[in-house]
Design a protein. Structure first.
Length: 317
């Protein structure tokens, strides 16, 4: 009987705890709200004590004329993570910008965007030098001028919905590689200017032209994949001029197709280049093993591509 009473008491206790326990939501976990307010006509924010900032509501966040006019500027050193929730469509100009690269208030390390976000405004995360992770919206269409300048991420997964990368959007960032989706049809001056850690860049087939400033000063850049769609390299624009591929690595080469504008330019400028179609070539040896008899053995090497046997010493690029 005593065992039954104990079990009955335990069940009653657990039922009571279940009934009186509050239902926790994303915005009501253990951390406390330390700041809140408006950041757009229908957009609000809440900053929690663990450093997570939630942007909620609908439509666009407000644009700000200067970094220090944003409601986030005075609490910048407390914001570690930014979560843009579903319903928000745009991150405003200078929303999370800092005033200078040496601003000791830089604290944001990650950003997550709901798939309702379609654009990131100018200077949105300018000089956020600790920002090392960005989850972009799957429906993002445009990234504004200087939006991620001097950020710390080493890679970005740009969505296939993206069409526009404005000038200096990723300049001086810590990127080691970048693939520009084929959906991108517009890329502004200096987009990846002085990304000195950048080693490889794959260009969108939606672009028809590249200008000298877009990868200017990328001193670690070893290879650029350039599609047939690119039919011109611009070495000047109003107010500035320069040399294509200025300041890249000494080991730099172009990955491009035979007969393309990039291949022609590479030949003219004595820039090493590789025809990517040759990666599908097959190689065979006349003999794969020999009985040792004290003399050197050299097998016949045959390279075939697209049903044809390639001839040694012939330039197929």
């Amino acid at each position: 009987m005593k065992i039954k009473r104990k079990i009955s008491f335990l069940l009653a206790f657990l039922l009571t705890v279940t009934l009186i326990s509050p239902v926790l939501t994303e915005d009501s976990y253990a951390a406390e709200v330390t700041a809140s307010g408006s950041c757009g006509t229908n957009a609000t924010y809440q900053l929690y004590s663990d450093g997570t900032l939630y942007i909620s509501g609908s439509g666009a966040m407000a644009d700000y004329a200067a970094a220090n006019s944003s409601p986030f500027y005075n609490i910048r050193s407390s914001i570690k993570k930014v979560v843009i929730k579903s319903g928000i469509t745009r991150i405003g100009n200078q929303a999370f910008a800092l005033c200078a690269s040496n601003d000791t208030g830089a604290a944001i390390t990650s950003v997550e965007m709901a798939d309702t976000v379609t654009s990131v405004g100018d200077f949105a995360f300018y000089c956020q030098s600790k920002l090392s992770s960005v989850k972009f919206s799957k429906n993002l269409k445009s990234i504004g001028y200087v939006a991620f300048m001097q950020c710390a991420f080493t890679s970005v997964d740009l969505p296939d919905s993206l069409t526009t990368i404005d000038g200096s959007a990723f300049s001086e960032a810590k990127l080691s590689s970048v693939t520009i989706p084929d959906s991108v049809t517009s890329m502004g001056h200096g987009a990846f200017w002085y990304c000195t850690s950048l080693k490889s860049a794959k260009i969108s087939s939606g672009l028809t032209s590249l200008d000298f400033s877009q990868f200017y000063g990328c001193s670690s850049l070893e290879v650029m994949y350039i599609p047939d769609s690119v039919t011109s390299f611009e070495t000047s624009y109003p107010g500035m001029s320069g040399t294509m591929f200025f300041g890249v690595s000494e080991d730099f080469y172009i990955w491009c197709y035979a007969g393309s504008y990039a291949a022609s330019y590479a030949k003219k400028k004595n820039i090493p280049y590789v025809n990517p179609s040759l990666k599908d070539a097959s190689l065979s040896l006349s003999d794969t093993s020999f009985a040792y008899d004290g003399t050197a053995k050299t097998p016949v090497v045959t390279v075939t591509y697209d049903g044809n046997t390639l001839t040694e010493g012939t330039d197929y690029t």
